[in-house]
Design a protein around this ligand. Structure first.
Ligand SMILES: [Fe+2]
Length: 305
């Protein structure tokens, strides 16, 4: 039977008693969604999934982000499943070797942003018996709650502009990334978008701070200087250690996290010869704001009340 055990830290729970290679029943899926809102990061240990099963599980949460860059010749059977890896074949990286190494929230640079990430650990680097390449999170329910009443009032109803180019250029300039500069065509395909700076989380019904250092460039309703100062304040605020939690990986872990209530980064503490290989589906928020999608979660909550 499906069991959910919170880590006791500010985020995270471990989910056991479920085989994700099989379709989840509606009630178990509702329990997973409810736990996702509440704990932000769910670890399902000891899963054995082929690509079809990984895709099937991910699609329950929404549409998987499509990206033609990943499949330029249209030959991959599962182009929506990414590879995060520093593994090389024939001198070429087989996937993204430096994805997500600064704090961010996936896809806030899109009109329809990310809802969940689904990552499946295939090879996890170890040194002296200790796993490396952890994923670190910060809790945006707590970050909102801890803002002063003054800032909550001042920023209520305001919006931020998010721009994909910010993260890309940061990786090039500060992380010696081998990414080439963004082309004009890439910039045209990724115009800046606007999201509210505070969001009512669709699962928990509580307010979260929906802003991240990776992509947020401007608070639109403030003059530029005030916007810069406020963003600097919010970025420092949301990264306080008291909100943070690190997931330590094991092989065959399936990790599911909620983008709306967290921000995250990949910890690059492993060397080129220490191989990390993770499969990923980025799932967009195409379903989670639909009340019908969350009806089973409300029924669960109602039954427990
Ligand atoms: Fe990410």
């Amino acid at each position: 039977m499906l069991a959910i055990e919170p880590t006791g830290a500010v985020l995270g729970a471990t989910v056991t008693g479920v085989d994700l290679a099989q379709p989840l029943g509606e009630r178990d899926f509702a329990r997973v969604l409810q736990a996702l809102g509440r704990y932000g990061v769910l670890r399902f240990p000891d899963q054995h999934l082929d690509l079809a099963a990984l895709k099937r599980f991910s699609e329950r949460f929404g549409d998987i982000q499509g990206n033609p860059i990943r499949d330029p010749d249209g030959t991959r059977e599962y182009p929506e499943i990414d590879i995060l890896s520093n593994l090389k074949e024939g001198g070429q990286y087989i996937g993204s070797p430096d994805a997500g190494q600064d704090w961010h929230t996936d896809m806030t640079y899109r009109e329809v942003p990310g809802f969940v990430n689904v990552l499946y650990g295939i090879r996890i680097p170890h040194r002296d018996g200790k796993p490396l390449g952890g994923t670190e999170f910060s809790n945006m329910h707590m970050a909102y709650d801890a803002l002063s009443a003054d800032i909550k009032t001042r920023l209520a109803g305001m919006t931020a502009t998010h721009n994909f180019a910010k993260f890309w250029e940061n990786m090039r300039q500060n992380h010696a990334s081998s990414r080439p500069p963004m082309t004009d065509e890439q910039r045209r395909r990724r115009p800046p978008v606007v999201h509210p700076i505070f969001l009512t989380h669709p699962i928990t019904g509580k307010t979260v701070l929906y802003c991240n250092p990776g992509y947020a460039v401007r608070i639109n309703e403030l003059p530029p200087r005030d916007s810069d100062e406020m963003l600097e304040y919010l970025f420092a605020h949301q990264l306080q250690m008291q909100f943070r939690y690190t997931n330590v990986w094991s092989e065959n872990d399936l990790l599911l996290w909620d983008h709306l209530g967290t921000i995250h980064r990949a910890i690059a503490d492993y060397r080129p010869e220490e191989i990390r290989l993770i499969r990923r589906c980025q799932v967009m928020a195409t379903k989670v704001f639909d009340p019908e999608f969350l009806r089973p979660v409300r029924e669960l909550a109602g039954a427990a009340a």
